[in-house]
Every structure is written in C-alpha cells, then in structure tokens.
Design a protein around this ligand. Structure first.
Ligand code: FES
Length: 141
C-alpha cells in the first residue's frame, strides 16, 4: 500500500520498553505489522533520550515474509548488529542503520516507522512510514 497521509497512533509507552524486546504493532493498516524496539545503543533515526528506539515494517522486501528481530545478526563480512533476519531466504536488515540490507536477496531496506515521543507522558506514537510504500507483491521498492 502507499498512503499519502498517515494516522497518528499510540504504539507504546516508553516505560514499557525493555532493551531488545520488540513490541509488534500493526500500522498503518491492520495487516501491516511492524516492530518497535529499544536497542540499548544509539541508532540512526532513533528517538528517546538515548536515540535508541526505532520501528520498522516487519514485512520482508524480498517476497513479503514476516521476518524476525534478532539481537545479533551476523552480516557477511561485517560486525554483528541488531536487526531483522528473514527465515525465508536469509535477508538481514541492520536496525542501527535504518534497516540497511546487510545480507540476503532483499532489494532495499524495510520502511522505517516515523515515531514521535510525547516527553510529558512517555507515549510513543507512529505518525508515518519512510518510505511510504510498504512491501507489495510485484511492486519494486
Ligand atoms: Fe525475506 Fe525472501 S522473503 S528473504
């Protein structure tokens, strides 16, 4: 799907997050799962006091499988990083670098969920996806 405007949806409170324990939430549509995770180390585009909270689409850009979050991927030739590992054909997404593909056949990163933290309440909201187009069969990313 490619939406031109996105809803603002509460996905968690910052006090509920534990390092490396992802929360799954559907956004922007009911059949579009994402992972929200506090990585415990600064990440590109991360929010929160330590810039370590990120969220990404859980739908693999290769052929649409739901991938898993793992705390320590082993990219070919690179250092271990936290991120996504797809069980279907082995694609790896580095969550420290906006889900850059670091292994397997995925043609592009999974979209990052744009998050906003209300620092007075600790509530975390999803407000968009970047890029806005989530995996769709047959649609090149
Ligand atoms: Fe994820 Fe092929 S569908 S690697």
């Amino acid at each position: 799907t490619g939406l031109t405007s996105f809803p603002k949806v509460k996905v968690a409170n910052i006090n509920d997050l534990q390092v490396n324990q992802p929360i799954t939430f559907n956004y922007p549509l009911e059949n579009e799962p994402n992972y929200l995770v506090k990585l415990g180390q600064p990440a590109e585009g991360g929010i929160g006091p330590n810039n370590d909270i990120v969220a990404f689409s859980a739908i693999c850009e290769h052929m649409g499988c739901i991938y898993h979050f793992e705390t320590s991927l082993t990219p070919y030739g690179g250092p271990n990083v936290p991120g996504g590992h797809c069980p279907c054909h082995g694609s790896l997404y580095d969550y420290l670098e906006k889900a850059k593909v670091v292994g397997g056949p995925a043609p592009c990163p999974v979209p990052m969920v744009q998050l906003v933290l209300d620092s007075s309440t600790g509530d975390i909201y999803a407000v968009g996806m970047n890029p806005p187009t989530i995996y769709d069969h047959g649609t090149p990313c």
